[in-house]
Design a binder for this molecule. Sequence first.
Ligand SMILES: Cc1cc2nc3c(=O)[nH]c(=O)nc-3n(C[C@H](O)[C@H](O)[C@H](O)COP(=O)(O)OP(=O)(O)OC[C@H]3O[C@@H](n4cnc5c(N)ncnc54)[C@H](O)[C@@H]3O)c2cc1C
Length: 292
Amino acid sequence: MFPIEKYHMAESVQDAVRALAEDENARVIAGGTDVLIRLHEGHADYRNLVDINRLDELRRIWKEDDGSICIGALASFTEIMNSPLVREFVPVIGESVATVGGPQVRNRGTMGGNICNGAVSADSACAALVHEVDLVIQSPDGERVEPVLGFHAGPGRVNLKTGDLLTHFRIRPENHENMGAAYYKYAMREAMDIATIGCAAGLRTKNGAIAELRLAYTVSAPTPIRCPEAEKTAAGQPLTTDTLDAIAQAVEQDVKPRTSWRATKEFRMHVIRTLAARVITEAAAKLGEQVA
Ligand SMILES: Cc1cc2nc3c(=O)[nH]c(=O)nc-3n(C[C@H](O)[C@H](O)[C@H](O)COP(=O)(O)OP(=O)(O)OC[C@H]3O[C@@H](n4cnc5c(N)ncnc54)[C@H](O)[C@@H]3O)c2cc1C
């Protein structure tokens, strides 16, 4: 049923990296919720697999001494949603992965796979962009850290090279402290559907004004994106409906939605503008602030 030609069960991170480096066609299998579907559909691109499921160190979720929160690439969506550390320090990551598929997919699928598959609709991508998550990658040349900003290279493409294994995500304190954040997934059905548009805001306020806004979207451009024009428009402005209107206008310069069978470009633009106000209002509420 699955046209697998070579299969290697990795016994350690080094073993996985070695197996990946030896064969440029080898691909990682984590939860397999994308890989097995592609194989089932007859795609040849996952015939040589390096399975990382025995690498329990990649399932951990922990806090470092400097306050960074780390999420192992192999932690399932369910483990992330239920993690006390995620709930306390980066709750929007747990809230966004809680919108993925159904319970079976959330029990198997991982945030590592969700970011590494390069999908423009990935539900963890907006929260990752808002928290400016670092990707810690092990390669034959050692460890390197890549920001999630710029990691997506195009539809279904990311900046991973032969031999690369994502080991964990790191969220540094400057990217989560004193930040209220919210995610909303607009989909055609309430459950088991990928996003028509996903949107997250990360907000910091000072004396009732916006000190910093981070606004991110999925399915609004060829890759998940942040919104520099909207963020600039928000900086220093009072938390009012007029400011939210100005942000919703500015966001039009940041996005490039397209028409697909799910929705027209015009409808997507309407959802994009609407969601900006919604997620910023929710992010403000998490800081105990209200939009005047
Ligand atoms: C029924 C169903 C519903 C779904 N609904 C949603 C949804 O609502 N929202 C959503 O965002 N997604 C959805 N998905 C997609 C899927 O569940 C996710 O993309 C999932 O996060 C993939 O994770 P995985 O561990 O299963 O990855 P895998 O399938 O194992 O791998 C995915 C890709 O990432 C690579 N990869 C995985 N881990 C690593 C690593 N550590 N280092 C380097 N490369 C790696 C693999 O080589 C592969 O290219 C759905 C899937 C199904 C089957």
